[in-house]
Design a binder for this molecule. Structure first.
Ligand SMILES: NC(=[NH2+])NCCC[C@H](N)C(=O)O
Length: 414
């Protein structure tokens, strides 16, 4: 079977050694049907606070991707990479088996019904429907084979929607030339990592990428917590979503490799929904400038994990305050922390809630932000940062911003 892959001549890999180097290639997912399959009763479980208006969300996402393209970034879509690999009938078969199993399709009758339902769909339709969810009325008939097929159940879906997929930052994370294929904290997001697994197992451009973490490991870690500050230093949040145990396991693999990284700085942030990942309270915008939500500044426990001798890891509690830690590890003479809300505590809370600190740097000192966070955006500009804005009425309802919505695959080295 020959997989038809259009585009992309040279680079077939991952190269991310910083947060701010010129962004060359990024992975996105434009929200689809999955957003319209969110029902009020299941909002919390699906990790949404409100129901978004899909048409407007798509427009905003288009603005976001247009900004990136205008800046010379090559934009890849998860749906397209997936549709490419599903052209292979073997891959398609095993993907559907795994997908149904992880979607908790337990009974034989339903499994056969769903396989039949997917059987006449094109690769792209399979991808979109697996993301969008399958409503009960979409399947004509289920052959009753087991008790579970007989029992009446008012739940409206056979397969749940996966509405957080537009936050491509989280299911896997590029680090150096490899990735962390993540274990998600919540069940609703774990199926997202199956798409990444299939791409990194089967896509001709991505299948030989080293992995620093794998989705079958025991503890959760999500990409929003992982910031590649330099080719020597990675910051990882110990957060609601990322466990300290996972950070140490990742450190072990990364330090055993040939990679240049020497230190992982583990930031212990509050375990609450508003601060779910490190990148909701802290992002890098220039060589020596960072956005920060004041709520995490004091006190913030930071631990360093260093590549030790004979594959050991030296772990130290960092006594210094954050700006000094950053100065020391990034070898900078000074560091500017730009506060979300520009020192106005009400604006800080409001704008952080809609991801005011969640900037996506596309080159040193140039970032993409939601337009609604005007106080923080002004503070960034006052510090000489160029801010490119787009509308954020609907996308922000999922509680994630421009960084959360993008996974860099290639950045220029600094
Ligand atoms: N990198 C991020 N901060 N991602 C935000 C993800 C938001 C998503 N609704 C969740 O709760 O998981």
């Amino acid at each position: 079977m020959i997989i038809r892959v259009v585009r992309r001549v040279n680079l077939n890999n991952i190269q991310v050694y910083n947060e701010i180097g010129k962004l060359k290639r990024v992975l996105l997912h434009c929200p689809g049907e999955e957003i319209e399959n969110i029902v009020p009763d299941y909002l919390t479980r699906l990790l949404f606070d409100e129901i978004a208006f899909l048409k407007q969300a798509k427009k905003e996402h288009q603005q976001f991707s247009d900004i990136l393209r205008n800046e010379g970034v090559e934009v890849l879509y998860l749906t397209e990479l997936m549709a490419e690999i599903l052209q292979d009938p073997e891959v398609r078969k095993s993907f559907l088996e795994d997908f149904l199993m992880e979607g908790k399709v337990a009974s034989q009758g339903l499994k056969e019904g769903l396989l039949e339902y997917f059987s006449d769909k094109s690769p792209m339709e399979v991808v979109r429907k697996s993301m969008g969810g399958v409503r009960k009325e979409e399947l004509k008939e289920i052959k009753v084979k087991q008790l579970a097929d007989m029992v009446k159940n008012p739940y409206p879906f056979y397969l749940d929607p996966i509405p957080n997929l537009y936050f491509q930052r989280d299911p896997f994370a590029s680090i150096g030339r490899g990735i962390s294929l993540n274990v998600m904290f919540s069940r609703t997001r774990n199926r997202e990592t199956l798409f990444a697994k299939y791409i990194f197992d089967h896509h001709p451009h991505y299948k030989d990428i080293p992995r620093w973490y794998n989705r079958d490991m025991s503890h959760s870690i999500e990409g929003g917590d992982i910031l590649v500050l330099s080719d020597k230093v990675v910051a990882i949040g110990i957060s609601q979503r990322t466990d300290a145990v996972a950070i140490e396991m990742l450190a072990e693999k990364l330090f055993k490799s040939q990679e240049t990284f020497e230190t992982i700085l583990a930031f212990d942030i509050p375990k609450t929904r508003a601060y779910m990942h490190l990148d909701t309270v802290f992002t890098m915008v220039d060589y020596d400038k960072f956005t920060i939500y004041p709520g995490i500044e004091m006190p913030l426990d930071v631990y360093s994990l260093k590549r030790g001798k004979n594959h050991s890891i030296d772990i130290t509690y960092e006594e210094n305050k954050l700006s000094n830690i950053l100065k020391e590890y990034l070898k900078l003479s000074s560091v500017t922390l730009i506060r979300c809300g520009n020192n106005d505590i009400i604006a800080a809370g409001r704008e952080q809630w809609s991801d005011g600190s969640n900037t996506l740097a596309i080159s040193p000192g140039k970032v993409v932000c939601y337009n609604r966070n005007y106080v923080t955006n002004e503070a960034l500009r006052n510090h000489g940062v160029e801010v490119l804005e787009f509308d954020s009425y609907e996308l922000s309802r999922g509680r994630g911003g421009p960084r959360c919505m993008s996974m860099p695959l290639i950045r220029e080295n600094l």
